[in-house]
Ligand binder design. Structure first.
Ligand code: PMP
Length: 465
């Protein structure tokens, strides 16, 4: 559908304010720097499309950081929200509001046993905060282990789980959080992205007894080393995203999580899957990212895609863990907001009835295959990885050194792609990985459009270099 844009209508900001942001790339009201040198001023969205205040249309392949799961202003979800807005906005859990319970039952039906008890929150950070608390109360232990290069939130507690200097501040945070080596087979010290015996088989999918297993054993050895050196013998929890998001779509060797979960449980800890980015069908082959690893966590945290952009999060756990948490007085005003629950319920229906997960698998697989061809063409693409529509393209100076492509070069390509009408994301420890995590309604034609734009931007960069 056409954008209803008229320049006169855009009254959100004065011309002077816009000019100041354009010149300084910084919003003086919030001091937030935008991702682009020439910022995009958004006006409107529909499904996988965004329009800026000049009426220019963009294909959105980042979905407001992997959040708009079924499409901007998806008609079915929007209608549900409007209906609820006319009925009731807010209750709190002082009262019982049946639609909230109906939503929880629906969400629980998407999770395997025994993950059936749900706490609703407002964000991913809050969900992870709560999961930390639950794990500590249940186990009676304190220490929590996460991966280096992970992102689990920006609250003082979750900043300790998060392991990337860019998101850390010099304030006390995350007491009791220890970061262990991330089993990143591309950038980590063990691995190599492909199996030594079968060059077409990526190490992440391969379970041959050679290369992949050696890498896996080494990373598991590192986890054992962390247990031996950095934490007491009993721990509270191990947090991991099934595929890292902010970290740059980092995938672990096959079997890593299975073995890690076993070791964590031997030490009294619970296993927590942070599905904030990977849940709700994003990885294509499964509804939840953890299912791709053949594990069942003890606690699952989620946000982002749960509400298609409506602020919401959730923690799902087992009745046993919930029972020990019941002793704590836990209250949040907005968690389980009626409008948020209505939206989230419509999101679940949309994912199911519109084949969103299947689309994620099909378009994601196509993108991964085509991007791998670009990787073979361009010296500066080191790695293409991911599953479904959780995709990372890691940029390097050259394939031999694997040194990250410098920030300014990544930025130039990123800006060019935007100018040609496609919005993507960036991630990785050095900001060297392009991230493709679009609304999961994108089509194969959209994928082709992006591939052509990306190819052009890479070609232009190589010519300049
Ligand atoms: N976990 C993961 C994996 C995330 O990517 C994020 C946000 N980028 C969070 C937690 C925190 O979520 P929120 O920003 O909603 O607090």
């Amino acid at each position: 559908p056409p954008c209803d844009f008229t320049p006169e209508e855009y009254k959100g900001m004065s011309k002077d304010q816009m000019m100041q942001i354009r010149q300084q790339n910084c919003n003086p009201m919030t001091m937030k720097v935008t991702s682009y040198k020439r910022p995009v001023f958004i006006h409107q969205g529909h499904m996988q499309w965004l329009w800026d205040v000049d009426g220019k249309r963009y294909l959105d392949l980042f979905a407001g950081v992997a959040t708009v799961s079924v499409g901007h202003c998806h008609p079915r979800v929007t209608e549900a929200a409007v209906r609820q807005l006319k009925k009731l906005w807010h209750t709190t859990n002082i009262y019982v509001y049946p639609p909230i319970h109906e939503y929880c039952e629906k969400l629980a039906s998407y999770l395997p046993d025994p993950l059936k008890v749900i706490y609703l929150t407002n964000s991913g950070s809050e969900a992870n905060d709560l999961a930390m608390l639950m794990a500590r109360l249940y186990t009676g232990n304190f220490d929590i282990i996460t991966f280096r290069n992970s992102y689990h939130g920006g609250s003082p507690q979750t900043m300790g789980l998060t392991s990337n200097a860019a998101y850390k501040y010099p304030v006390p945070s995350g007491l009791g959080c220890t970061n262990t080596m991330c089993p990143d087979v591309f950038r980590g010290i063990w691995g190599g992205s492909h199996c030594r015996d079968s060059p077409v088989q990526t190490i992440r999918e391969c379970s041959c007894p050679q290369g992949c297993c050696v890498a896996n054993e080494n990373y598991i050895g590192q986890l054992k080393d962390t247990f031996a050196t950095s934490v007491p013998s009993q721990i509270a929890a191990f947090f991991a995203e099934p595929i890292q998001g902010v970290g740059g779509a980092v995938q672990y060797p096959k079997n890593y999580l299975k073995e890690a979960y076993k070791l964590v449980r031997e030490r009294g800890g619970v296993c927590i899957a942070d599905e904030v980015q990977t849940g709700f069908g994003r990885t294509g082959s499964h509804f939840w990212g953890f299912q791709g690893h053949g594990v069942i966590p003890d606690i699952v945290t989620m946000a982002k895609g749960i509400g298609n952009g409506f602020p919401m999060g959730a923690v799902v756990t087992t009745p046993e863990i919930a029972a020990s948490f019941a002793k704590a007085v836990h209250f949040n005003t907005f968690g389980g907001n009626p409008v948020a629950c209505t939206v989230a319920s419509a999101v679940l229906d949309t994912i199911t009835t519109e084949g969103i997960q299947q689309n994620s698998l099909e378009v994601g697989t196509y993108l991964l295959t085509q991007l791998a061809k670009l990787r073979d063409t361009y010296e500066i693409i080191g790695d293409v990885r991911g599953k479904g529509l959780q995709i990372g393209v890691e940029m390097v100076k050259d394939k031999t050194s694997r040194e990250p492509l410098p920030v300014h070069a990544v930025g130039e390509i990123f800006e060019d792609i935007k100018d040609m009408g496609v919005l993507i994301g960036k991630g990785g420890l050095f900001g060297q990985t392009f991230r493709i995590q679009p609304p999961m309604c994108i089509t194969l034609e959209d994928a082709d459009f992006f591939l052509a734009v990306f190819n052009k931007a890479l070609f232009k960069y190589m010519e300049r270099r």
